[in-house]
Design a protein around this ligand. Structure first.
Ligand SMILES: Cc1cc2nc3c(=O)[nH]c(=O)nc-3n(C[C@H](O)[C@H](O)[C@H](O)COP(=O)(O)OP(=O)(O)OC[C@H]3O[C@@H](n4cnc5c(N)ncnc54)[C@H](O)[C@@H]3O)c2cc1C
Length: 396
């Protein structure tokens, strides 16, 4: 039996919309389909990212709820497998994969975004613990996270990327204040996190003291390789963890809830919806609209082909750039077709339009992706940088 026959057979008997979200995620995790690229033994199947996309498409095709949303699965679990201790991986990874715990990424600060290595949040050793003070911002899902992957400066004498350490940081403790920040989509997906005298045990340190930059690079590589240019192909995912309130919902309701399905990437499904919109608004014969739709179609196909090429130097950066370009073209098609009144209704056009700046910022801006391609892949001369942080550009 081929891999996809096996998957289809499993899905036919395993997907049950009457399960709770938590029960469904446990089933998905036990079969290795929640995080298919993780190694066997860590809740995965050791599949390539292309085969993982086959899993995503099969779940979407059946109308099943997708694996837990957010950085836990996409970034933290693979980083812990690569860089954590065996004890850390067995403590954290299974609960990420089955969605029982939620994570956030505590990287960016008010003065440290693209130049992540200028971060100032400090962790000071106190016996078997570290005491943390500082502020993080843009923390997606911070308000319902149980844990944060925290970057902190552990040697203030060392500038830039030296002297940074990574921790698995509990969000449920005194000294952690999470303030949701509302963006122009009307939702508050990210937060400002103020940390004052909070504590983290040394056993939750990931990697060596002051050598967190290699952990950061591993995490960012994971994050970027997770950007499939055509996204999840319409698969609905919801947030994990007790705080998000999804675990006890009926899985079928979560999968069918329009509020669950933010459009994080443009796939053939969104393209079809835009074609339908152009027909409904009698703009399908308009030459400009046709050109834009053809361009979007080309990008969606290119995205799929790019993903099929597998991994090569710069592939993740190219995938991210293709993903953001596709999103912007979809925004342009949508606003051209719908016109100004498109902004007055709920639905595809306002959602894509208002969210469209986000993808080209998070996970490293488009300019940073291009710098990485130019300097690290093509070997072009380095971009000038401020002397104290030379070599530190990131980001996530
Ligand atoms: C929706 C969303 C979710 C996010 N979620 C998270 C999260 O969960 N956790 C987290 O830690 N962060 C998160 N971020 C933050 C994100 O990683 C940063 O916003 C991003 O890295 C850019 O940093 P900045 O906002 O400080 O902009 P800056 O770094 O100040 O950049 C401003 C502009 O200057 C350009 N620029 C900067 N440096 C260079 C350079 N060397 N060469 C050329 N151009 C340059 C940038 O491309 C950008 O256009 C999120 C952001 C968004 C929009």
């Amino acid at each position: 039996m081929s891999f996809s026959d096996d998957l289809d057979a499993w899905l036919a008997q395993a997907w049950d919309p009457d399960l709770t979200v938590s029960q469904w995620w446990q089933r998905l995790a036990a079969a290795g389909y929640a995080a298919p690229t993780l190694p066997c033994g860590f809740g995965g199947r050791g599949l390539s990212s292309e085969d993982a996309h086959v899993v995503t498409s099969a779940l979407a095709g059946r109308g099943a709820l997708g694996p837990p949303l957010g950085v836990g699965l996409s970034l933290v679990a693979p980083t812990l497998v690569l860089k954590g201790t065996a004890v850390q991986a067995s403590r954290f990874v299974p609960r990420i994969v089955d969605g029982s715990e939620a994570w956030c990424q505590l990287f960016s600060e008010p003065d440290a975004g693209s130049d992540l290595a200028s971060l100032q949040t400090a962790a000071v050793r106190d016996g078997d613990e570290w005491v943390v003070d500082g502020q993080k911002v843009w923390t997606s899902d911070g308000h319902h996270a149980d844990w944060g992957l925290l970057l902190a400066r552990t040697d203030p004498a060392r500038p830039g990327r030296l002297g940074i350490t990574v921790f698995a940081f509990s969000m449920h403790q005194e000294g952690v204040v999470v303030e949701p920040l509302r963006d122009m989509t009307g939702t508050a997906e990210f937060s400002r996190v103020t940390i004052s005298g909070a504590r983290v045990p040394d056993s939750h340190r990931i990697g060596e003291v002051n050598e967190g930059w290699s952990v950061v690079q591993a995490a960012l590589a994971q994050e970027r390789s997770g950007y499939h240019p055509t996204g999840d192909g319409g698969l609905v995912r919801v947030h994990p963890g007790r705080g998000a309130g999804n675990l006890d919902r009926r899985a079928g309701d979560a999968a069918g809830d329009p509020a669950s399905s933010r459009i994080y990437a443009i796939s053939a499904a969104e393209l079809d919806d835009l074609v339908d919109l152009a027909r409904a608004r009698e703009r399908i014969e308009d030459r400009v609209v046709r050109q834009q739709l053809a361009r979007l179609h080309t990008l969606v196909v290119l995205g799929r082909l790019h993903a099929q090429r597998g991994d090569f130097p710069g592939s993740a950066n190219l995938a991210k750039l293709l993903f953001t370009a596709t999103y912007r073209v979809a925004r342009d098609v949508g606003t051209t077709v719908a016109g100004p009144d498109g902004m007055l209704a709920d639905g595809l056009v306002p959602e894509i339009t208002l969210f469209s700046p986000g993808p080209s910022i998070y996970g490293g801006t488009d300019q940073i992706q291009r710098n990485i391609l130019a300097e690290r892949v093509l070997g072009l001369p380095r971009d000038p940088r401020p002397p104290q942080n030379a070599g530190s550009s990131h980001q996530g």
